[in-house]
Design a protein around this ligand. Structure first.
Ligand code: FAD
Length: 342
C-alpha cells in the first residue's frame, strides 16, 4: 500500500503544480496517471505546440512547460504510479481514502485530489474479437518500458507518429519489427515516414501497408497474428510474434471516476468554488479541467490557481490542530532550491 498525505489522480499540469503548492506546506504527494508519462494533454496531445498564456512566458512549448513543472516539483520528491488508471475509491471510517488502480496498486491518503482533466486517456482498440484475452499477455496499447521488447518479435499497427516512432526506436531493440497500416500513406511527420522507409529497405522493419491485423492466435500468451491484405491476390499473412502493439490513438473518458459518487454535471465534477474546490464528498477535491462551476475557464492557469487554494484546505484536514499561516515563497523559501535548506 502506497501511503501519502495527498493522493492526486491525474499528472497533468494541474496535478503537477499541486505537488509544489502542497510541498510548500510540507505535505507529501503521490500521483496516479493512466498515461505512461506525466503532463496530461500537454504531453499527450500537443507537446510541440507553443502556449502563449502562461504568465511570464511569452511563449513556451507545452512539452517544455511539463519539463519545467517537473523541475519545480523535484525538491518535494513526489511519488508516481504511471500507466495505471485509478479505478475504485473507498472512503474509510476515519475519513481517509483507499484508491486502487486497474493493475491492483493500492494507495492510501487523507486527502484525495482529482485532477483528471478530460478523463483518463483510453486506447482506441482494434475490433478483434479475442483481443481482451491477450491484454498484458502479448497485447499492449502503450509502450511503458521499451526494454520488454528486447530480442522479441513485435508487430505494431497504426499510421500516426506513435506507431512510426516506436517502430523506428524498436528496430534497434527487438529481434523483428513489423509495422502494419491499413492505408498506403502514413499520417506521421515526414522525416519519421522517411526513416521508417529507409529501415524497411535495410530489412530492419517489415512494412505491411493496405493491410490490417484481423486475428490473434496463442494458447496462454500471444504467439501469432494474421494480417489481411486489401489486395485479394496477396490474401493473408500468418506472422509469428511475441507482441502486438496497436497504436491507434487515445480518447479521453471520465471513466471510473464517474462512479465514485461525485456530483457530475456535463461530464465534469461539481465543486464549491466560493471556498475550496471540494466536491460533494468531504476530503475529495476536484481541480483543473475536470471540475465545473459558474464561470469556469478550462485553462492551465485556472488549474494552477485552484491547486493553490485547495492545498490550504487540504492542510487543515491533514493537520486539524495546527494553525495555518500563509507565507510567500520569497519569504519562506523553497527547500531544495536554496542549497542551504536541503
Ligand atoms: P489534463 O491535462 O487533461 O490531465 C489530466 C490527466 O489525468 C491525464 O493525464 C489523464 O490520463 C489523467 N487521468 C484522468 N482520469 C484518470 C484516472 N481515472 N486514472 C489515472 N489517470 C487519470 N490551455 C491553456 O491554458 N492555453 C493554451 O494555449 C491551451 N492550448 C491547448 C491546445 C490544445 C490542442 C488542447 C487539447 C488543449 C489546450 N489547452 C490550453 C487546455 C489545457 O491543455 C488544459 O486546460 C490542461 O491540460 C488541463 O490540465 P489538467 O491537469 O487539469 O488536465
Amino acid at each position: 500500500m502506497i501511503k501519502t498525505d495527498i493522493l492526486i489522480v491525474g499528472a497533468g499540469p494541474t496535478g503537477l503544480f499541486t505537488v509544489f503548492e502542497a510541498g510548500l506546506l510540507k505535505l507529501k504527494c503521490h500521483l496516479i496517471d493512466a498515461l505512461p508519462q506525466p503532463g496530461g494533454q500537454c504531453s499527450e496531445i500537443y507537446p510541440k505546440k507553443p502556449i502563449y498564456d502562461i504568465p511570464a512566458y511569452p511563449e513556451i512549448l507545452a512539452g517544455d512547460l511539463v519539463d519545467r513543472l517537473m523541475e519545480q516539483i523535484r525538491p518535494f520528491e513526489p511519488g508516481f504510479t504511471l500507466g495505471e488508471r485509478a479505478d475504485t475509491m473507498v472512503k474509510q471510517e476515519d475519513g481517509s481514502f483507499i484508491v486502487t488502480t486497474n493493475k491492483g496498486t493500492r494507495h492510501h491518503a487523507k486527502v484525495l485530489v482529482i485532477a483528471g482533466g478530460l478523463g483518463s486517456f483510453e486506447p482506441r482498440k482494434p475490433l478483434i474479437s479475442n483481443i481482451g484475452n491477450f491484454e498484458d499477455k502479448g497485447v499492449t496499447y502503450m509502450v511503458k518500458d521499451p526494454e520488454i521488447f528486447r530480442d522479441k518479435k513485435v508487430v505494431i499497427a497504426g499510421g500516426g507518429d506513435s506507431a512510426l516512432d516506436w517502430a523506428i526506436f524498436l528496430a534497434d531493440v527487438a529481434s523483428e519489427v513489423s509495422l502494419v497500416h491499413r492505408r498506403n500513406e502514413f499520417r506521421g511527420a515526414l522525416d519519421s515516414v522517411e526513416k521508417a522507409s529507409e529501415l524497411a529497405k535495410l530489412g530492419k522493419i517489415q512494412l505491411f501497408t493496405e493491410a490490417e491485423v484481423k486475428e490473434l492466435h496463442g494458447r496462454e500468451t500471444l504467439e501469432a497474428v494474421v494480417i489481411k491484405h486489401k489486395d485479394e491476390e496477396k490474401g493473408q499473412t500468418y506472422l509469428e510474434t511475441d507482441y502486438f502493439v496497436p497504436l491507434f490513438g487515445l480518447s479521453p473518458k471520465l471513466g471510473p471516476i464517474g462512479d465514485w459518487g461525485l456530483e457530475i454535471e456535463k461530464n465534469a465534477i461539481k465543486v464549491n468554488n466560493s471556498k475550496d474546490y471540494q466536491t460533494n464528498i468531504p476530503g475529495v477535491f476536484a481541480i483543473g479541467d475536470v471540475n465545473t462551476y459558474e464561470g469556469k475557464l478550462k485553462l492551465i492557469l485556472s488549474g494552477f490557481h485552484e491547486a493553490a487554494v485547495m492545498c490550504q484546505y487540504a492542510y487543515q484536514i491533514i493537520n486539524p490542530n495546527k494553525r495555518f499561516v500563509m507565507k510567500y515563497t520569497t519569504v519562506g523559501g523553497v527547500e531544495g532550491f536554496d542549497g542551504s535548506k536541503k
